[in-house]
Every structure is written in structure tokens, then in C-alpha cells.
Write a protein that binds this ligand. Structure first.
Ligand SMILES: Nc1ncnc2c1ncn2[C@@H]1O[C@H](COP(=O)(O)OP(=O)(O)OP(=O)(O)O)[C@@H](O)[C@H]1O
Ligand SMILES: [Mg+2]
Length: 323
């Protein structure tokens, strides 16, 4: 047992933020326990100190352990997003399903102890600007994992068999470096008419992917996103643990998105009927961009308020750009 003096010293050093001294005392306690034959407790204490030191060293974040080789650099881009689920405006059902994915992955060890595994393979479908890429970044941000985005232009080549070989490299990387692996524009791999110009080759790429996905037992997440769900091969769906369908936001979400995006700017009571009318059919990305446009105009014009008409105009402009 730790002595009363040791416990007092632990509390004092913790309160003073003297980490080095705190760990030294904890190691003293561990050594004492080991001498008294309490090997297991001693080991647990040592492990706890090691983990705490590692967390302090990396700022609580796991850093991507792979230095991406030149060859992999053509296929994978790595980043460390800082986004959180709270940054997104989502229908309750999608938020709940993302929370569940996060919960299961945060407590992976607990599940594994019962021969269960977390949801790791997620397909995101929905129109442009609905938050699919942002979701991949949020999953990485929330789990403190690196985000590896698969570069399709590097992956899909015109040389027969090369794409399947590169795909295999990506799946090998998943085992070496835990992370969120994001396959954007997934229809070009998983579509019946893939980017490959040869039908036989397209089928080969798809079947390699299916096989690799099925065999994969790495511990990170695999997130695929597509705007063209109808192009996806039916065999794919059951290989994902979750399929989340994003859409054009309804009135309630539009209101929440605008309110949160403009929270830092002075708005009068917006005429919501007018705003919602102007917002109809716009994607989350377009709404976010229109809010930023209106806010920038207000700042640069030294205006005191951001008015409904300014916001409506910005939204109309976004709609025009799209056409
Ligand atoms: N649900 C959302 N909540 C808050 N902001 C959002 C949401 N969806 C999109 N945005 C904003 O729009 C930007 C673009 O969205 P994102 O790139 O995630 O869309 P996407 O679905 O991946 O589109 P694409 O199909 O074109 O790749 C985000 O970076 C964010 O600023
Ligand atoms: Mg995207």
C-alpha cells in the first residue's frame, strides 16, 4: 500500500502540476508493491504511468505512425482533423447513428473482450454538399485518429491489374496505421460502371474491393461516400455495418444551420419565412457558404446588422452559381 506521505505527495504534485515528480512518486509506489510481491498491481501502476506520459507527450492525440512512403503518397493523403460532431447540423437519426459508431469504437476493447466488434465500415450516401466528407473528418476528429483520404486519381490507373494492387496496399496500410480511411467518390470503385475504361477491369476492381473489405480485420474505420448510390453494386451494401443517407436539409435543419453559422454575427430577428423560402433546395454546403458570404459583406460594409434581405440575396447567388 502507498503510505499516507506518498498519497499526500501525489495530491500535492498533481495540484501543482508537477508531472515529473508525480510520476516519480507513482513509480516509487509501484516499486514498493513489486517488492511486497504484488506484481500485478505494480505492473498496472507502471502501465498507467506510461500511458499518462505518452498522452502528455502527444497532447492526448495519437499521431499517425506511418511515414507515408512515396508510393503510398500517390494513393493516400493524411490529415488530423479537429472537427467534432457538435460542429455538424444533422437529423436526429443520423446524429444518433454516428454517436453509436463513436461509442462502439471508443469502447472497442470492452466489446472485443466479449468477441464482439464495433461498427467500422460505414457507407455515406447523399447529394453534393450534404456533409459526407465532413462526417469522415468528424469521425477522425472525435476518435483522435488520423484521416487517410484515398486519392482516386492515384488509385485508379489505366494499367491492367495495377488498381487492384494499389487497393491492396491501402488495406495493408489500415493494419499498420489505425485511422479513418475515407474512400470518396466511391462509385468509381463500387459502381457498376467504374472509371476504369474496360468493363472487365472495372469488375475486377470491384471484386478485389469486396474481397479486401470482407477480409479486413484492422481496427480503424473504413468510410465510403458517394453521390450516386444508384450506381453502386448491390453486393456492396451488406458488407457495410452502417449505411447513412444524407439529404437536402428540411426547414428545421436549415434554421439550425443558419443560426449556428451566424451565431457570431449580429442579426435582427430574421424573417424566417423569407429565409426559408430563399433556402429551399440548397445543400448544407451552399447554406453555409451563403451565410459566410452575407457575413463577409456585412463586415466589409461596416454594417451594424446582417439583415434578412442580405442573407436571402447571398442564398440566391449560391443557387445561381450552381446552375
Ligand atoms: N450537415 C452539415 N452541418 C454543418 N455544415 C455542413 C454540413 N454539411 C456540409 N456542411 C458544410 O459544407 C461543407 C462541405 O460539405 P462536405 O464536403 O462534407 O459535403 P459532401 O457531402 O462531402 O459533398 P460532395 O458530395 O460534393 O463531396 C462542409 O465543410 C461544411 O462547412
Ligand atoms: Mg465530399
Amino acid at each position: 500500500m502507498a503510505t499516507a506521505d506518498q498519497i499526500k505527495a501525489l495530491i500535492k504534485t498533481h495540484a501543482e502540476g508537477d508531472d515529473a515528480r508525480f510520476y516519480a512518486i507513482a513509480m516509487q509506489v509501484a516499486a514498493q508493491e513489486a517488492r511486497q510481491g504484488h506484481g500485478r498491481l505494480a505492473q498496472e501502476l507502471t502501465d498507467a504511468v506510461d500511458a499518462a506520459k505518452e498522452r502528455a507527450r502527444t497532447g492526448g492525440r495519437r499521431t499517425p505512425m506511418v511515414a507515408i512512403s512515396k508510393e503510398m503518397g500517390e494513393v493516400l493523403a493524411v490529415g488530423q482533423p479537429r472537427l467534432h460532431l457538435a460542429d455538424m447540423v444533422l437529423p436526429d437519426e443520423i446524429r444518433a447513428r454516428l454517436q453509436r459508431i463513436l461509442r462502439e469504437n471508443r469502447q472497442q476493447a470492452k466489446l472485443n473482450a466479449h468477441a464482439l466488434s464495433p461498427r467500422r465500415k460505414v457507407l455515406l450516401t447523399g447529394p453534393p454538399g450534404s456533409g459526407k466528407t465532413m462526417t469522415a473528418a468528424v469521425l477522425a476528429g472525435e476518435l483522435h485518429l488520423p484521416l487517410f483520404t484515398v486519392r482516386l486519381e492515384g488509385l485508379i490507373t489505366k494499367y491492367l491489374g495495377e488498381t487492384a494492387a494499389k487497393l491492396r496496399l491501402v488495406f495493408e496500410a489500415m493494419v499498420k496505421a489505425r485511422g479513418v480511411y475515407f474512400f470518396d467518390e466511391f462509385d468509381s470503385i463500387g459502381g457498376q460502371r467504374a472509371l476504369a475504361n474496360d468493363v472487365g477491369e472495372a469488375r475486377r476492381i470491384l471484386s478485389s474491393f469486396l474481397q479486401l473489405l470482407e477480409q479486413d480485420d484492422s481496427t480503424g474505420l473504413i468510410v465510403a461516400a458517394t453521390n450516386h448510390v444508384s450506381l453502386l453494386d448491390g453486393a456492396l451494401f451488406r458488407r457495410f455495418d452502417d449505411v447513412l443517407e444524407y439529404g437536402i436539409p428540411g426547414k428545421d435543419l436549415v434554421k439550425r444551420l443558419i443560426t449556428s453559422r451566424l451565431a457570431a454575427f449580429p442579426t435582427p430577428d430574421l424573417d424566417w419565412d423569407g429565409v426559408l423560402l430563399a433556402a429551399e433546395g440548397l445543400s448544407c454546403a451552399e447554406l453555409a457558404a451563403a451565410c459566410d458570404d452575407a457575413a463577409k459583406d456585412m463586415i466589409l460594409a461596416d454594417a451594424a446588422l446582417l439583415e434578412t434581405a442580405d442573407l436571402a440575396r447571398a442564398m440566391d447567388e449560391r443557387r445561381t452559381i450552381r446552375r
